[in-house]
Design a protein around this ligand. Structure first.
Ligand code: GLP
Length: 229
């Protein structure tokens, strides 16, 4: 994946990226940093839009996705700070306005050229939980119990995990020109099987990616375990 991005950036330095958080993209970000340090990759003219952000955190909260991206990638590559975008962790009452602002920013940037995604154990992409409409746009969402449980470690207990977030919608994600999905480990095997072999359904948001003209999945042996059965 990192090498594909390196080649794309070499040909088109002002690429617009869609980026995820989570454990899954960590090796990818580390590889980008390595390539950057070796002067093989530059993000100096690129722009990034993250998929999502928790609501109800103070700006700069170390548990925010903004802080996570800063630590994992932004502080270690040459992507200009004013071209790294995440939804602001506003109060829920301001979420509709913030969502509109985010959609407009993406549009003004010319849309996302290359979108990287992870998959939640329940099939979510970004924070589009099961049942999210295929045509959904950036908006406030309520997180599912499974998603809250998966975030508990970061927040020091489930009771501290924000219940709401802003996420790019499935419609927003599907407008990206290229979509790359990564899923690693046996905990993702079941959802990878449902996403790739079942009928596309809003109950498994990742399955809706199948309708995209340029989507690729990068799996490891464990996450692909149930595909050959
Ligand atoms: C998070 C993010 C998703 C991510 C998913 C999987 O909640 N909002 O964008 O893909 O969970 O996380 P992980 O990669 O840690 O399994």
């Amino acid at each position: 994946m990192a090498d594909e991005l390196r080649v794309r950036l070499a040909g088109y330095p002002s690429l617009v990226l869609g980026l995820p958080t989570g454990n899954t993209p960590v090796p990818f970000y580390q590889e980008l940093i390595r390539l950057h340090r070796a002067s093989l990759l530059s993000l100096a003219q690129a722009t990034s839009f993250n998929l999502d952000e928790y609501l109800g955190l103070a700006p700069g909260d170390p548990r925010s996705f903004r802080a996570w991206m800063q630590a994992q990638l932004f502080s270690q590559v040459d992507l200009p700070a004013n071209r790294t975008h995440l939804p602001d962790p506003v109060e829920p009452a301001a979420a509709a306005e913030e969502s509109r602002r985010y959609e407009l920013l993406i549009r003004e940037a010319g849309g996302v050229d290359w979108m990287l995604l992870g998959i939640g154990r329940n099939g979510h992409i970004g924070f589009n939980e099961p049942g999210s409409p295929r045509t959904s746009r950036t908006r406030l969402v309520e997180l599912e119990a499974k998603t809250i449980a998966d975030a508990a470690k970061t927040f020091g207990g489930e009771q501290h995990v924000p219940r709401r977030a802003i996420t790019m919608g499935i419609g927003t994600i599907l407008e990206a020109r290229a979509i790359r999905v990564m899923a690693f480990g046996s905990a993702k095997a079941e959802i990878v099987q449902r996403a790739l072999t079942g009928e596309p359904t809003e109950l498994v948001p990742a399955s809706l990616l199948a309708g995209h003209a340029d989507v690729r999945f990068l799996l490891d042996t464990e996450s692909a375990r149930l595909l050959s059965q």
